[in-house]
Structures are given as C-alpha cells and as structure tokens.
Design a protein around this ligand. Structure first.
Ligand code: PEP
Ligand code: MG
Length: 588
C-alpha cells in the first residue's frame, strides 16, 4: 500500500481501479530538405494542422454534453492557437528559409515559445505553455501519423492518473467513466484544476512522479477532501473510505438543499454570502449554490482569455450581462488585476524581476490610462442595468486611490457630455491586500464606500511568502498572529469609520477562518468560490457572533500559530457539522 499527498483540485472521494495514461513524447528527427521539397513539406505541415483542427473540433463536439461554459472558454482559444502566427508562420518560415522538415520546424518553434514562457513568473500564465504543448502535440501526431492515447475509448469507470491532462482530455471525460483523476503537474490555478471543479469530478493534482507509483488496474482511493491518494489500499481502508464517500454525497446533497437559506447567526446577524467569479458564465453555478451577489469579479480573465484588450463595447456587454443576471443582488467589478509579465501580445511590457511587486493591477491601470478609462466607462455604462459596484485592486497609497477616482470622475464627465446614462452614485471600493493599505485603513476609509479584504495577497505581502511557491507553502499561514492582528485592525478601522467591510480572499471559504473573521467585528459579506457557499452558510447558521467575539479576544493574546490552531480545533471545530470540512482539521 502506498500513500501520496497532493493539492486538492476538486472535492470528493473516488474509489476504483487506476488507468495510467502514458503519453510518450514523440522523438523528432532533424532533416535538411531540398529546395524542391519546400512546397510539399509546407503543404504536409498545413494538412497536419487542418487535420488536428478537425479532430479538436470533433473532440469538443464529443464532449459537448459535459462542456461547461468554463470549459468552452478554455477550449476555443486552443483552436485559435492553430491560427496563431507565431506557431504557424514561424514553423513555415523554418521549413522555407532553413530548409528543415516540418516536424523539426514545429519542434523548434515550440522550444522557442517554451523558453519565453520559462521567464514568466506568474503561475497562471506560466502554465499556459501546457496549452500550447497540447496543441503542438496534436499536430505532431498528425505529422507522424501516430495515434494519441486518449480517454475517448474508456469503457469502464476508472480513476485516471496522468502526467498532465489537456483540456481536450477533460472535455472527453464524463463522470460515468472517470471517477476521479490525479495528475503530476498543476497548481491551484491550472486549467486542470479549474475544469475538475467545474465538472465536479474528485481530483488531486501536483503529485510528482505519481504515474510511476501506480499501474493500470491497481485498486486506488482518491480522498479529494484531504488531498490524499492511496494505491493498493487495505480492506479496512476500503471500508472506511466507502463510508466516507457515502457521507460526502449525502452531506453535499443536504447542504445543497439548504443553500438558499440566509446565513443568519444564532444571535440574529445576517452575513451576505457572495460568489467570486472569473467569467460571467460562472454566475449560474454560483446562484444555484445560494450566492447572494458577486463579491469579486476577476475581470482580468476577460482580458487574458483571447490575449488581447477587449474594447469598451465588449466589456460593456459583459458587465451588463453580469449586472442583469445577478440583479437585484450587487456585483462588484474589480478593475484589471494584471500587468508586468502576466500576458503577452497587446499587453507586453518589459519582463520584471519581481512581478508580484511590479507593475500590476492599479499600477498598471494608472500607467495605461486608455485601458483603464475604457474599463471604467464600460462599468459605468453597465451600471444602469443592475447594482454594480467598482473596486480597485492592490492599492498601496492614498495617491493611487485619488488618481483612480479622478479618472473615474473624468469618465463620468465624458459620459454626461455624451448623454450616455450611468449611475452617478455607483459605490466605489478598494481591496485591502497590501500591508500599507491595511495600516492606513482608517485614512482610506475617508475615500471609499467599501473595503474588501483580499487575504490571498495580504498574507503573501505581510509574511513575505510567495503564494505560488511550493517550497514555502508551509509558511503561508493565515493563522500567523501578525495576520490575525492586521485583519482585526482593518475590520475595526472600517467599523469605526463607517465603511462597509467584506472579505473575498480564500479565508472566507473555510468555516473556521470565517468564524475568526466574523468574530473580529462587523463583516458585511464573505465572498468565495461557488461550491463552498452552502457549507459556509450552514456553518454560520450554527454560530453565535457574541461567542465568536469572545474567542477572538482570547486568540489575539496568543503568540504561536500552533497555539492558535490548537485553540480553534479545541473550541470551534466542534461547531462543524458533518460534511463541513476545514483545512485546519485535515491531518498533515
Ligand atoms: C486576494 O488577493 O485575496 C484576492 C481575492 O485577489 P486574487 O486572488 O485575485 O489576487
Ligand atoms: Mg489579490
């Protein structure tokens, strides 16, 4: 029996036999061609591209029943990659000018692109190289007349183990045949992770060399509630996990049934529970899970999806759809949080040594006022179609918020002159996700209508721990006393200065962290990824705010993460009912 530990990508428990997807790399031979061969070689290359395109369209079609909007958004850019001048023209160029065979030309183009991606630090964009790899692989198989091993031929339910899964593999997954999956690569922001959770297939990712530790046919268990994978488990473990799986299904269904009930505490305070979205397509799922508005719309995904700047009109249409679909609830549109090395194409800036500390978010927008203005105008125009609010990310000084507001005011003046309707009283807020913004919360309160605390970045910047770096992941501690003190300070400052405060970082989605946050003061809303909503709502219905405040006062006296964790596990985790899991109660 072997046990592996990975990253949770999509919750659930899967029990079954392993199917190891072995994708061997095709070895490519370099061959110099004759001038007379150039035309034929180019045609062979283009025919392979066309054939790959045909198969990709077919596989999107085959997976059509499963295709969530999210997945569609991911697959279509894949098809577009086959029109990408860098990929296609560069390969043709190598055939024509360097007189190389088509396979070698394609490999050289890919190697060059991959080198460029190597320099990208942002994990989300870095991982996009796998999308290009998947497409190149398809064309290469066509060129060499080889068949790619895929999931389309699965006839029995299995647990898939793979180095990585392309979005095409996942498009072919139906929950009937794929009970769950485990991959070697992938971080929390990888497409594999995003897709797994939208298909609701249990998945654990990021276990290096797992495909060497398991063979097709081995009995396996994936516990995607704690991130554990068991290969060849004992009978006793089978029994335990079978029970755990039944409980999970049962509790998930039960939680779902109550997800429309408000999150009102035992002592009568109602907390608004909202959803974080990356695309307007996520709204439907979030609403089904009981979301009462959108607490964070990460609009950068709208910008990076097609790797170009959407114009004001396109953005207006999107924000209008968001406003209308969520009305009468509110939607907080966060202005662009990208910059530095995050994207190529229209956005290109010089690569930065420290992109997390570089020209990103509000800094990027203030440096590119035309981009910023188009987004502000689009939000303002859409604001008459529902209850839209606007929020600025990564603010670290009063000057920034003033400059952003000046641009907002001038966009309003323009629209007024153009006689275009907009909501003059639109609420304007900021994220508190830099230590400087947190320390100056009292002063910032004079300038904005609301704060939304971004704990993901606030923890990263406060503790100086890169949130995407596996090597220091154990030091990324929401329970570090410095984090707790700073959060407490911000919530108090907001309350004392009558500015609404919410939390939209990942801490909101964990019941025990949510308990701490609510005990720190008057927190109006918690915003989280949709599938955590039913759990957090139910948890809040079982707690008293009065007690939470008393516990927070005691926790504020503690100096060690370990003591705070122990305190929460001893005193608060008994409030978790079955099916509600917290990362604090997971054994390491
Ligand atoms: C955060 O930093 O907590 C946050 C919600 O923003 P993002 O995760 O998009 O950086
Ligand atoms: Mg952030």
């Amino acid at each position: 029996m072997k046990i592996f530990k990975g990253i949770l990508a999509s919750p659930g428990i899967a029990i079954g036999n392993a199917y190891v997807l072995n994708r061997f790399r095709l070895s490519v031979v370099e061959r110099v061609i004759d001038r007379a061969e150039v035309k034929g070689e180019t045609m062979r290359f283009m025919a392979a591209v066309e054939s790959a395109r045909g198969k990709m369209i077919q596989s999107i079609g085959a997976g059509v029943k499963n295709l969530t909007e999210n997945l569609r958004d991911i697959l279509h850019p894949h098809l577009q990659l086959l029109n990408d001048p860098t990929l296609i023209d560069q390969s043709v160029f190598t055939i024509e000018r360097e007189l190389k065979n088509a396979e070698w030309a394609l490999k050289t183009t890919y190697d060059n692109l991959a080198q460029r991606f190597e320099r990208i630090r942002d994990p989300y964009f870095k991982e996009r190289v796998h999308d290009i790899e998947a497409v190149v692989d398809k064309v290469m198989h066509e060129l060499m007349g080889r068949k790619e091993e895929g999931l389309e031929s699965l006839t029995e339910p299995v647990v898939v183990f793979a180095h990585d899964l392309t979005p095409f593999d996942t498009a072919q997954m139906s929950s009937k045949h794929v009970l769950g999956f485990v991959t070697e690569t992938g971080g929390k922001t990888s497409h594999t992770g995003i897709i797994a959770s939208s298909l609701r297939i249990p998945a654990v990712i990021g276990i290096p060399k797992i495909t060497k530790g398991v063979q097709t046919g081995d009995p396996v268990i994936i516990d995607a509630l704690t991130g554990v994978v068991l290969v060849n488990p004992t009978d006793h473990q089978f029994q335990i996990y079978n029970r755990k799986r039944q409980q999970f299904f049962y509790h998930d269904r039960e939680l779902e049934k109550e997800s429309k009930l408000p999150a009102a505490t035992l002592d009568g305070k109602t907390v608004t529970i909202m959803m974080n979205i990356e695309s307007s397509h996520d709204i439907h799922t979030g609403s089904k899970h009981g979301a009462e508005g959108i607490g964070l719309y990460r609009t950068e995904f709208l910008f990076v999806r097609d790797n170009r700047l959407p114009d004001e009109e396109e953005q207006y249409e999107d924000y209008r759809k968001v406003a209308e679909s969520i009305a009468p609830h509110a939607a907080i549109i966060r202005t662009l949080d990208l910059g530095g090395d995050k994207v190529s194409g229209d956005f290109v800036e010089e690569p930065e040594d420290n992109p997390a500390l570089g020209l990103r978010a509000i800094r990027y927008c203030l440096r590119n006022p035309a981009v910023f203005r188009a987004q502000l105008r689009a939000i303002l125009r859409a604001s008459v179609h529902g209850n839209l609010k606007v929020m600025f990310p990564m603010v670290s000084s009063i000057e920034e918020i003033r400059r952003a507001q000046n641009l907002m005011a001038s966009s309003m003046r323009e629209l007024k002159k153009e006689k275009v309707p907009f909501n003059r009283d639109i609420e304007v807020g900021m994220m508190i996700e830099t230590p400087s913004a947190a320390l100056m919360a009292e002063q910032f309160a004079q300038y904005v209508d609301f704060f939304s605390i971004g704990t993901n970045d606030l923890i990263q910047y406060l503790l100086a721990i890169d949130r995407g770096n596996q090597k220091v992941a154990h030091l990324y501690q929401p329970l570090n006393p410095a984090v707790i003190r700073l959060l407490h300070m911000v919530i108090k400052a907001a309350n004392q200065n009558n500015v609404a405060v919410s939390v939209c970082g990942k801490m909101s989605a964990d019941p025990l962290y949510a308990y701490l946050l609510l005990g720190m003061g008057d927190v109006e809303a918690l915003s989280m990824e949709p599938h955590s909503i039913p759990k957090v709502k139910k948890f809040i219905r079982g707690i008293s705010l009065y007690d939470a405040r008393k516990h927070v006062q005691k926790i504020l006296q503690l100096q060690h993460v370990r003591d705070i964790k122990k305190y929460l596990i001893a005193n608060i985790s008994p409030l978790l009912t079955e099916g509600m899991f917290s990362e604090l109660t997971v054994e390491d």
